[in-house]
Design a binder for this molecule. Structure first.
Ligand SMILES: [Fe+2]
Ligand SMILES: [Fe+2]
Length: 277
């Protein structure tokens, strides 16, 4: 886990998923150092222990007050239950539908659940944050938020883009990525994560994107992009995804060709012989 401070009051817990053919996808969670500290998402399931120990180096878990789950995908819920147990003061901020969905996989401690819908605000002591539904998403339960005092926008999967390398995926600002490269990477991600955009008219989608652009965010913190201190171009690229062609991954034939190229699929161990009864 790569952790760094993006602003005076935001730490990034940055992980990375390397996806063949796509690139290095950042997987970010964020710690907002408000008067009542708030964690945004809880990392990937495969990195659960690393996530908890990395977060513990940034804050005493006894002081954590809120865990904002942007949506219940497994790259966001990894350490959720561990943290609710280790941070008894913390409440899980989520929606009715997401809490119900999570219940198919885990036993949530309901006294620690706080339901909040898009349009509603949460008081963190020194600031409020207001929930909104990002224009692009892969889960209907997705809820991002804006920090009403600083202008930070926490956008969940929206504005994601695979980066060319782990190093770039772990960069403290996406500003070093060129305009064309960023546009191509955003459009690729949107074709994977929000394939329904193929059915959406540009004018309809542009007006939805404009509703969020009017927040005039000072920073965009996406789960799958390095932080963006100059977010204007992110919005332009997002609008261009309306009517996109949905991503289609490699099929079995392509996978076998790829594996042959890199040295073949390891032989599976023969099943153990069972002695006759
Ligand atoms: Fe997702
Ligand atoms: Fe995600």
């Amino acid at each position: 886990m790569n952790t760094y401070r993006a602003t005076d009051d935001v730490h990034v817990l940055n992980d990375c998923a390397e996806i063949p053919g796509l690139g290095a996808l950042p997987v970010n969670a964020f710690l907002l150092h408000a008067e009542q500290p708030l964690l945004v998402d809880t990392g990937m399931g495969v990195a659960r222990e690393d996530f908890v120990s990395s977060l513990s180096e940034l804050i005493d878990l006894a002081d954590l007050r809120w865990i904002w789950l942007t949506h219940p995908d497994r790259d966001h819920t990894g350490a959720l239950l561990s943290l609710l147990a280790a941070a008894p003061q913390a409440k899980l901020v989520t929606t009715f539908a997401a809490a119900g969905y999570l219940g198919t996989d885990m036993q949530l401690p309901m006294p620690q659940v706080h339901l909040l819908n898009p349009g509603q605000s949460l008081d963190l002591g020194d600031r409020t944050v207001t929930a909104f539904r990002p224009p692009a998403f892969d889960s209907p339960m997705t809820v991002g938020f804006k920090d009403d005092s600083t202008g930070y926008l926490f956008s969940s999967d929206c504005f994601g883009a695979p980066m060319p390398s782990r190093d770039t995926a772990g960069a403290a600002d996406v500003g070093d990525v060129g305009d064309e490269d960023l546009r191509a990477a955003q459009l690729l991600w949107l074709s994977v994560d929000s394939p329904w955009l193929s059915m959406v008219s540009r004018s309809t989608f542009a007006s939805v994107v404009d509703d969020v652009r009017r927040f005039e965010p000072s920073m965009v913190f996406s789960s799958h992009l390095p932080p963006a201190s100059k977010p204007d171009r992110l919005f332009d690229n997002l609008v261009d995804a309306a009517g996109c062609t949905p991503f289609v991954g490699p099929d079995q034939e392509a996978l076998m060709a790829l594996m042959a190229e890199i040295g073949g699929i390891p032989e599976q161990a023969a099943p153990a012989e069972v002695a006759p009864a």
